[in-house]
Design a protein around this ligand. Structure first.
Ligand code: HEC
Length: 276
């Protein structure tokens, strides 16, 4: 307990330093350096594997599962959704440059007209609406999740390229950062407590992932078949600390994704992966 408290006190000082008014780019560089010191053996590019980057046995198991992913049929279903024309004959590919290749790597982006962060899920919905279809519920794994499981693979190998331009975009990033570093819930934990300070620590049977790379690989298939989107993961983590979660796609969760995504700039995307 004493050790835990000391860790948290130390973390308070450190997070205070990270939190002091720094630009998003200062934050990103500080985060990369923080992990370089914390995990000197982990290569930058391997942060896309989350906690697997810190556990060679679990990574080996992941590699063998990923040779024949048990969720391949779901991604195939997503491909079919992506390729099936809307009633007006247009397709998702018509809404994006390069037929959607690399599109997910540009999101989240800040939409100046809306004055809000737009996540890729919403860009897919905007495409549906522009073509006379109903939008999906952002939190619905069976529709939006399945569509994302293919649409995001079109950005595999592209680097996360989140841009923050202008005061309103910076304010959205800062709001996401605030959510990340603020304690919440009955257990009074911040995201940073688990995913920065205690990254690499085991919580019950789970190894806590570093937040660097948190946005690169969605959706995940937990246990091989349970499709979880990033927005739904935020809901899950808030429930873990007994905090009343937002709806997926809330402004707070979009800003949180914007923050985590900017921090992960330069890492390669690889969607639809196995997680424990
Ligand atoms: C009490 C500890 C705890 C807190 C606080 C917490 N999480 Fe988590 N989170 C977990 C555990 C356990 C997992 C599953 C193991 C892992 O991959 O880290 C997880 C997984 C994740 C993942 C998926 C990582 C991957 O590669 O699959 C993301 C993203 C995430 N959390 C984000 C957040 C955010 C953002 C917050 C704050 C709103 C947060 N978490 C708060 C415990 C926590």
């Amino acid at each position: 307990m004493k050790k835990l408290l000391l860790t948290l006190v130390g973390a308070g000082a450190l997070l205070g330093a990270v939190y002091a008014s720094a630009s998003p780019e200062d934050d990103r560089v500080a985060t990369v350096n923080y992990y370089k010191h914390k995990f000197p053996d982990v290569k930058f590019k391997d942060y896309i594997y989350g906690s697997l980057a810190l556990d060679a046995d679990a990574k080996a198991q992941y590699d063998s599962i990923m040779e024949f992913p048990p969720f391949e049929t779901v991604v195939e279903q997503g491909k079919k959704m992506w390729e099936t024309p809307f009633k007006n004959g247009k397709k998702y590919a018509d809404c994006f440059a390069n037929g959607g290749k690399g599109a997910a790597a540009m999101y989240p982006m800040f939409d100046d007209k809306k004055g809000e962060v737009v996540i890729f899920d919403e860009a897919l919905n905007a495409c549906r609406v522009a073509n006379g279809e109903q939008p999906y519920d952002v939190g619905d794994a069976k529709t939006m999740g399945v569509l994302l499981s293919y649409a995001r693979t079109l950005s595999d190998g592209y680097k996360v390229n989140t841009k923050i331009n202008g005061a309103a975009a910076v304010a959205a990033y800062e709001d996401g950062k605030k959510t990340f570093y603020s304690r919440a819930g009955q257990l009074n934990f911040s995201c940073a407590n688990c995913h920065q300070v205690d990254a690499g620590v085991r919580l019950r049977s789970e190894l806590l992932s570093p937040h660097l790379g948190h946005t690169t690989h969605w959706p995940v298939f937990r246990g091989g078949d349970n499709l979880v989107t990033l927005q739904n993961r935020y809901v899950g983590c808030h429930k873990t600390v007994r905090h009343v979660p937002d709806k997926p796609g809330s402004v707070r969760y979009k800003n949180l994704e914007y923050f985590e995504s900017y921090i992960s700039n330069g890492l390669e995307m690889h969607a639809s992966v196995f997680r424990k």
